[in-house]
Design a protein around this ligand. Sequence first.
Ligand code: PHE
Length: 338
Amino acid sequence: MIETIEKLKADGIALINDAATLNDVNNVKVKIFGKNGDFTAAMRGLKDVPKEQKPEVGKAFNDVKVMLEGLIAEKERVFAEAEKQARIKSEYIDVTLPGKKELGALHPLTLVKNEILDTFIGLGFEVKEGPEIESDYYNFQLLNIPKDHPARDMQDSLYITDNFLLRTHTSPMQARTMTTQKPPIRIVVPGKVYRNDDDATHSPMFQQVEGLVVDKHITLCDLKGALEVFAKRLFDEKTKVRFRPSYFPFTEPSVEVDVSCSICHGKGCRVCKGTGWIEILGAGIVNPAVLEACGINSKEYSGYAFGFGIERIAMIKYGIPDIRLFFENDKRFLEQYK
Ligand code: PHE
């Protein structure tokens, strides 16, 4: 038996020495100590050893076991370390190499928004922002929007509770400003608005810019002057502005504002559908009822307000046919506006 054990020891050492990889070491471990391993098989012979020799033979088995296991553990440690070093080497990143030159850029809607705001800042307007979750009170009631107005319909507005909804326009900021600020007021309010609407020219989320001026002796002429500066700056110097009568509950009189088509300059083309004009916004003189509801004396003050969609302006300016292009993050689209 002792000879068998000596042979197990010699064979084991040879096998371990020959192992050249971590995988080899694992195979050797199985070959010696596995269920059908050499050592395991030899151990089974222990039961036939005469009783008085058992302690000696048992100890010999154990000594060899401890020794071989130690050698295996050492080899495992060496190989594992070598593999770790190799991996570190292969995954090494040279941080001193120049990066791939792919610069980020502002989204086309941000570019257009900035240009719009710059123009109004130049005209003395202050930029304000307001909440996207709005109360029925500011979104509708203070703006003289009656209970039966279609904008209140569940079909159009995205309600959160009976009294709160995702604002359907930036106009509630008119009311929020007039109830907290004394005239003269001269603000523009960019921000996201939400409507249950989804097609090539409508998105359930889009952005508006609201404008509000309240002061003494404000008339439609002031509105037209400001919008003319805005349109010429945004499109080109030759751009003309025209008003058509319209209706909004919070302005009286109300107008729909068209700009002359910047593609054909009024001759008529596909973009302006042959009319030479493109509708860009709604506006009007602040309804005295709204001034009064907000605590502003309508005998002393008057104002104008306007509101338009940034996406629509950008689509006209760049000839973009589908609003969804703005939100798909297709780099081929975005890169054109860098
Ligand atoms: N809030 C209106 C809309 O979303 C636009 C508007 C703003 C009209 C201000 C008049 C005055 O359609």
